[in-house]
Design a protein around this ligand. Structure first.
Ligand SMILES: Cc1cc2nc3c(=O)[nH]c(=O)nc-3n(C[C@H](O)[C@H](O)[C@H](O)COP(=O)(O)OP(=O)(O)OC[C@H]3O[C@@H](n4cnc5c(N)ncnc54)[C@H](O)[C@@H]3O)c2cc1C
Length: 348
């Protein structure tokens, strides 16, 4: 089996690259390890309502995201932020109106961010996209080996995976120490995080003058926001409990999150109609061992010199972490896809 271009990874970078190549008439095949497309974009559904367990927002001043959403015919709305913010002290005291909504002005996509991944996936030829295909090896003659034992030969290979995840692939010949060190040094954005969503019939906190925003010094969630849809109320939070303590404890973590929401937002918050939880630190396709601790600041991402040609002229690495602009964000994934498309077209 041969492919002119093999794209490995069906997150936003890989999908957007596939779209560029499809539009340019360049034959490609995309291989994704998970059984779904989207990568860190993950939207769970309750009926027609979508709830984001990965990214929720994009921001004004991100032109690639705005254009893509427009092209896909998706709708955008502002993060709900009207009303008071709650602050929870280390002792569990709840103080109203301390601080301001940190996400005011952020933009959400109707249906959830998953609508972007499915919109992109739906626009690609069926035969060109394969899920449940985990790359395990790459040879410099262009042979890709997959966990299911199959191999694919490609003229060019774009590894649209986080740099630290690229290190889990076996290369023949082995990557140079310089390349391996450069890959290891790039943290995977948000990979150490976990996100919890509680869904309610109504966004009842709004009637109490609350925005749904809360900051907590006590946890388990440290930052909480409104995640409501047109027909359902929802609150989501980022966990502050370290990844090592969360591991294997999802039931207890979810129960503790519901209890915290009840303490903050009152008795109605104790009876969600549905809960969703994703611990990204436990996901081997996102988080490497080095990613287990959440980052305290946004790294200065970019494409280090060692990764410009990591394995001769045939292989390119692209993910939001390697974008020259807006690295880490969805906008960065689109910028990385553009860079990868330029590389493919310039070397064809
Ligand atoms: C909890 C959370 C919240 C976030 N919030 C925001 C936000 O609000 N706004 C924002 O702009 N950004 C946010 N981000 C960041 C955003 O999700 C990323 O910038 C973006 O999704 C990265 O896309 P990517 O394609 O570069 O990487 P990924 O989405 O990680 O895609 C890589 C793909 O490669 C696949 N893969 C890995 N290994 C293999 C293998 N061996 N073989 C085949 N396939 C493989 C993976 O399964 C995955 O699909 C958030 C991330 C998280 C986790």
């Amino acid at each position: 089996m041969t492919a002119a271009v093999a794209i490995v990874g069906g997150g936003l970078t890989g999908l957007a690259l596939a779209r560029y190549l499809h539009d340019a008439g360049v034959p490609f095949r995309l291989f994704e390890a998970r059984s779904r497309l989207g990568g860190r974009i993950k939207t769970e559904h309750l009926g027609a309502d979508g709830f984001d367990l990965g990214p929720s927002w994009f921001w004004p001043g991100q032109p690639r995201m705005a254009a893509l959403i427009r092209d896909l015919g998706l709708e955008v709305f502002e993060q709900y932020a009207a009303g008071a913010l709650l602050y929870e002290t280390e002792q569990g005291e709840v103080i109203r109106d301390r601080g301001f909504s940190s996400m005011q002005g952020s933009l959400r996509v109707r249906g959830g961010m998953g609508a972007i991944a499915s919109g992109l996936g739906d626009g690609l030829p069926d035969m060109s996209v394969e899920t449940a295909r985990t790359l395990v090896s790459v040879s410099d003659d262009g042979t890709l080996g997959f966990a299911d034992g199959r191999t694919v030969a490609a003229d060019k290979i774009v590894l649209a995976m986080p740099p630290r995840i690229v290190r889990q692939v076996t290369f023949a010949p082995a990557l140079t120490p310089e390349v391996d060190t450069a890959l290891a040094a790039i943290p995977t954005w948000m990979a150490g995080h976990a996100k919890f969503v509680a869904v309610y019939d109504q966004p009842f906190w709004r009637a109490d003058g609350l925005s749904g925003d809360a900051m907590s010094r006590r946890g388990p969630m440290v930052e909480i926001h409104d995640a409501s849809t047109d027909t359902k109320g929802a609150l989501f939070g980022f966990l502050g409990v370290p990844a090592a303590l969360r591991r294997g404890q999802s039931a207890a973590v979810m129960q503790a999150c519901v209890s915290q929401l009840e303490l903050l937002f009152g008795p109605k918050a104790g009876s969600p109609v549905e809960v969703f939880y994703t611990d990204w630190a436990e996901d081997p396709y996102t988080a490497a061992a080095l990613d287990q601790d959440p980052l305290t600041h946004h790294p200065a991402y970019g494409l280090p010199a060692a990764l410009k040609a990591p394995m001769g002229a045939r292989v390119y690495v692209a993910s939001t972490e390697l974008a020259l602009e807006m690295g880490g964000f969805l906008e960065g994934a689109l910028a990385a896809a553009e860079d990868a498309a330029h590389w493919v077209l310039a070397t064809s």
